[in-house]
Write a protein that binds this ligand. Structure first.
Ligand code: AHM
Ligand code: MG
Length: 347
């Protein structure tokens, strides 16, 4: 018959992460799994509200300005609140950093756990009114402890902002949820990248994209070329090279949604390069290091790609403030190496 019987062995995100953690041995206590449960719940809540937005009048401005000086959308505020509340209530967090909040939140002792979560609750929010894909981005650190921290040796921490001013390579997990025709949660806990799709009838994220790996070279470039007049010479030269290649090579296709989660999602699946370089106008770049560049760089590397500022591995940067920005190129290994060559050769 044309109808397939439903699978009776569903791999949910929780089941998958739990089995992964068990495989890692006795050090795992299930705390990360519980923390990820809180993130899943917030993703489901936001997914539902993004869908309802037009009906219940959540579209439009909330009338406040956030720390970056941008106007906040109602959905941004809502998404931030639900995330902070769920992460605090999980009892597994010590420090929270949100794009929407100027200061880090230090969790009070009675609800404190050992993880720090940095997140952009609703990235790409300028796209909300047009119904374009948007997403939540998150990265997870463990608080400093003498035995596990590699770069800076410090005594065990109970949770301070220093716990998140660390290179992205020290994250224990990172991911995003994309709200599109379906909600897709893409996650890495440091051993590859997996994609899960929300089955709305079950209310569960089901493993649909196991072991995502980026093709070593793609055919797509994803830049906001409207910034061309501000670009530095290596970027201009690189873009020229992929648009006017020497035959028999053919030019790349352009795809730019302007919503990082959607642009990175496509790059992970199809390959190619996503870039938001620093330029003469935005001297430090636009994207935020902690909760945009680091999580996406972590996922890209875990999927076999490269993430660089042009001259430096993104995951090696040591942040000095929680909202700092950085230049970003990420995607297929060969494509990103090409742009790095231009940074070495063109000045
Ligand atoms: P936001 O955090 O204010 O939503 O800005 C981040 C977004 C990213 O999703 C996207 O990659 C970028 O800004 C697009 O910027 P631009 O509109 O300058 O191309
Ligand atoms: Mg953002």
């Amino acid at each position: 018959s044309s109808e397939e019987a439903p699978s009776t062995d569903l791999i949910t995100l929780t089941r998958h992460v739990l089995s992964d953690q068990l495989r890692l041995g006795s050090a795992a206590t299930g705390d990360l799994t519980l923390l990820l449960t809180a993130i899943q719940v917030t993703s489901k809540f936001i997914a539902t509200n993004v869908r309802k937005a037009r009906l219940i009048n959540l579209v439009g401005l909330a009338g406040e300005t956030n720390v970056q000086g941008e106007e906040q959308k109602k959905l941004d505020v809502l998404s931030n609140d639900i995330m902070v509340n769920a992460l605090r209530a999980s009892g597994k967090t010590a420090v929270l950093v949100s794009e929407e909040l100027e200061d880090a939140i230090i969790i009070e002792e009675k609800q404190r756990g050992k993880y720090c979560v940095v997140f952009d609750p609703l990235d790409g929010s300028s796209n909300i009114d047009a119904g374009v894909n948007i997403g939540t981005i998150f990265g997870i650190y463990r608080v400093h402890c003498l035995t596990t921290c590699r770069t800076i040796q410090r005594p065990d921490s109970s949770g301070t902002v220093e716990d998140v001013l660390r290179p992205g390579s020290e994250m224990v997990a990172a991911g995003y949820t994309m709200y599109g025709s379906s909600a897709n949660l893409v996650l890495s806990t440091g051993s590859g990248v997996n994609g899960y799709t929300l089955d709305a009838s079950l209310g569960e994220f089901i493993l649909t994209h196991p072991n995502i790996t980026i093709p070593s070279r793609g055919k797509i470039y994803s830049f906001n070329e409207g910034n061309s007049m501000y670009f530095y010479p290596p970027v201009t030269a690189y873009l020229k090279a992929i648009k006017y290649p020497a035959p028999p090579k053919t030019p790349y296709s352009a795809r730019y949604i302007g919503s990082m989660v959607a642009d990175v999602h496509r790059t992970l699946l199809y390959g190619g390069i996503f870039g938001y370089p620093n330029d003469k106008k935005s001297k430090s770049g636009k994207l935020r290091l902690l909760y945009e560049a680091f999580p996406m760089a972590f996922l890209t590397e875990q999927a076999g790609g490269i993430a660089t500022t042009g001259t430096k591995r993104i995951l090696d940067i040591i942040p000095t403030s929680i909202h700092e920005r950085c230049s970003v190129f990420l995607g297929s290994r060969d494509d990103v190496q090409d742009v790095m060559k231009f940074y070495k050769e063109v000045s």
